[in-house]
Structure formats: structure tokens, C-alpha cells
Design a protein around this ligand. Sequence first.
Ligand code: E4P
Length: 220
Amino acid sequence: MDFFVDTANMDDIREIARWGILKGCTTNPTLLSRETGDYNKILQGICELVGGPVSAEVLSDDAEGMVSEAGELASLHDNIVIKVPMTAEGLRAASELAKRNIKTNVTLVFSANQALLAAAAGATYVSPFVGRLDDIGHDSEAVLSDIVEIFSVNEISTKVIAASIRSPMHVTQAALLGCDVATIPPAVFRKMLKHPLTDIGIDLFKKDWEKAGKQMVDAK
Ligand code: E4P
């Protein structure tokens, strides 16, 4: 499973990218609205930093408007993937963009049938929102599991991005179910990294080494 970062904040992206595990990024209007500066420049900067697919979302309600916005966004950088909403117009736009070889991410997916429709429209990615399903008491694991299995048995090439990730457990769940990608907020990445026993173990190794009178390796 690939890791994408779910943010538009350059400092956070820079930090996670330095770990050497990042394959892409997803943004949305809410995430971009939290940043200051020229949004197009921010998206270009993210593309340079990440070196992989970066989702940028359209805001039009109709397919024509979405396709026109998509053209502008796609011209910013080769790595831009166009996020369209899971609506009839969004499907029309995804289908048209597929014909133009522009990659799409159909977002705000909450059911297996929506994911099937997005795939049929030629979406490159579908993004089921697990956290928002959990928020309203639905079984996000069942929805994600159905989508992954349906895509597998039907040999559908559209990739599944587990989105709206709220905790490290969501990431484990997505990986166990065989999602292609998990798009993860920076705060959740930091939680995934940490374990108290790792810190305790590092301290202990250093103390034992020093107790034995050994010198630390000179890094110079
Ligand atoms: C996905 O592409 C979305 O940007 C994101 O995961 C939404 O997450 P939220 O439900 O925490 O806003």
C-alpha cells in the first residue's frame, strides 16, 4: 500500500517527504483554504516536493465547468490528478477527462456502488471516506472491504485510496484490506511513527553501550 499525505501544508509535506516513504499527496478545497498565498503556486510546489500524484479538486457543479477547471489545474504540473465529486456531473467529467488522458480521483465516495460507477467512468482513483462513514455510525471497514474485493474479482484497474483517515488504526485497516493507497493527515503519520518502547529501547542501548565504556561511532 502506498502512502499519500492528506494536506496542502508545505511544511508538513516537507517533513513527511524527508522520511522517504511518500508517494503522493491529496488536497481538497478545505485543506487549501487553510494556506496563504497563490493556490496554483502551492500546488506546483507540492508537486515538486512529492514527485508523485497530487490531487487537486474542482469546484464547479457541472461537467463542462469541471473539465475546464481540470484543464487549468492539469497544466500546472504533470503530476496533478483531478479530483471530481461523486455526482452525475462528476462522472461525466471523469469520463471526458479519461478520454483526454487526464488522471482523476473521484472523491466523496461512501458506498461500493458509487465506487463501481466511478470506475466505470474511467476514474484513475476512487476515494472512499472512512472517517466520515464512522462519524455517522456506518461500518467503514465493510464498505472499504467490499470495494477492494469487487475491484479485485472484476479486474478493475481503478485504484482505491482509503481517505478521511483519522487514526493509525484506519491505516492498518486499509492495509489489511488491500487498499492501493492510504492518504494520511500529517498528525496521523506522526502517531504511526512513534512507539514508547522504541524510545525506551534506544535509550537503553545507548546507556548499556556507555556503561561498557564504549565510544559512540564518530560520524565525521
Ligand atoms: C481525501 O482526499 C480528503 O482530502 C480527506 O481525506 C478528507 O478527510 P476528512 O474527512 O478528515 O476531511
